[in-house]
Design a protein around this ligand. Structure first.
Ligand SMILES: [Mg+2]
Length: 104
């Protein structure tokens, strides 16, 4: 039985129509672009327009899709990423960084 993150990664892969020969570059740029769309929604609010948590949730979903695809192409699940990040943050909180931990 597969986990929800494995099921979601499979769904994302099935819906990925990007060019395979440049996949990682396209995914990385897509991830940045979608993060920019999240910032764009917040920018609207800064200019006095209405804040839409629903619109931000949709853009975060787009970020999640690209993040999931990149992680999957690297052989990781979303759970793996969460565990790696939590471990890094816990070590940092106790001031015991490992040399292999990248900067934030
Ligand atoms: Mg979007």
């Amino acid at each position: 039985m597969s986990s929800w993150e494995e099921d979601y990664a499979s769904f994302c892969k099935r819906t990925d129509k990007h060019y395979k020969d440049r996949l990682m570059a396209i995914l990385a740029l897509g991830l940045c672009a979608e993060a920019g769309e999240v910032a764009g929604e917040l920018n609207k609010a800064q200019r006095g327009k209405s804040f839409s948590a629903f619109s931000i949730a949709h853009e975060l979903g787009d970020v999640l899709w690209f993040l999931t695809r990149m992680a999957d192409e690297c052989g990781y699940t979303l759970r793996d990423l969460a565990e790696l990040n939590a471990g890094k943050l816990k070590r940092r909180a106790t001031a015991q960084p490992r040399e292999t931990d990248p900067e934030p």
